[in-house]
Design a protein around this ligand. Structure first.
Ligand SMILES: CC(=O)NCC[C@H](N)C(=O)O
Length: 127
């Protein structure tokens, strides 16, 4: 069994941040689960242009409010506590935190190794 706490992740090599976000990679590739699970905070007012070309990602909102815009279709979906959105087609998107920090439980497949930050195109490198 694998047990990891947010508290022990704080300040570790798997506590990673970028412009407007911070993420604790709690379950990662080395755990062998086939996915990674992160506690992600997107700071209020942040607008992230993301395109996970090499990964599928789901995000479940715990607190805060925001929206996710599909860059191709132009659709905009509100995000509030209890909302999950899944980028099942490697969808290019814009994530906005509009009211408070967005606190998300984030799942990546295939799993991240834990120390990734975004490339210029909004993706993470493949393995
Ligand atoms: C929602 C999103 O993709 N935020 C950026 C950080 C990412 N969730 C991660 O955990 O690396």
């Amino acid at each position: 069994m694998i047990v990891v706490t947010s508290q022990e992740m704080a300040g570790s090599a798997r506590d990673v941040s970028g412009p407007g976000w911070q993420s604790k990679r709690m379950i990662v590739r080395e755990h062998g689960m086939g996915h990674s699970v992160h506690e992600t905070r997107v700071l209020e007012g942040a607008e992230l242009h993301l395109h996970y070309k090499n990964h599928l990602e789901s995000n479940y909102c715990i607190s805060g409010e925001g929206e996710v815009e599909h860059k191709v279709t132009g659709e905009v979906f509100p995000i509030k506590p209890g909302t999950i959105y899944s980028l099942n087609e490697n969808d290019p998107h814009i994530l906005r935190a509009t009211k408070g920090d967005l606190l998300l439980v984030c799942v990546f497949t295939p799993p991240l190794s834990g120390n990734e930050t975004h490339k210029a195109d909004g993706s993470y490198a493949s393995e």
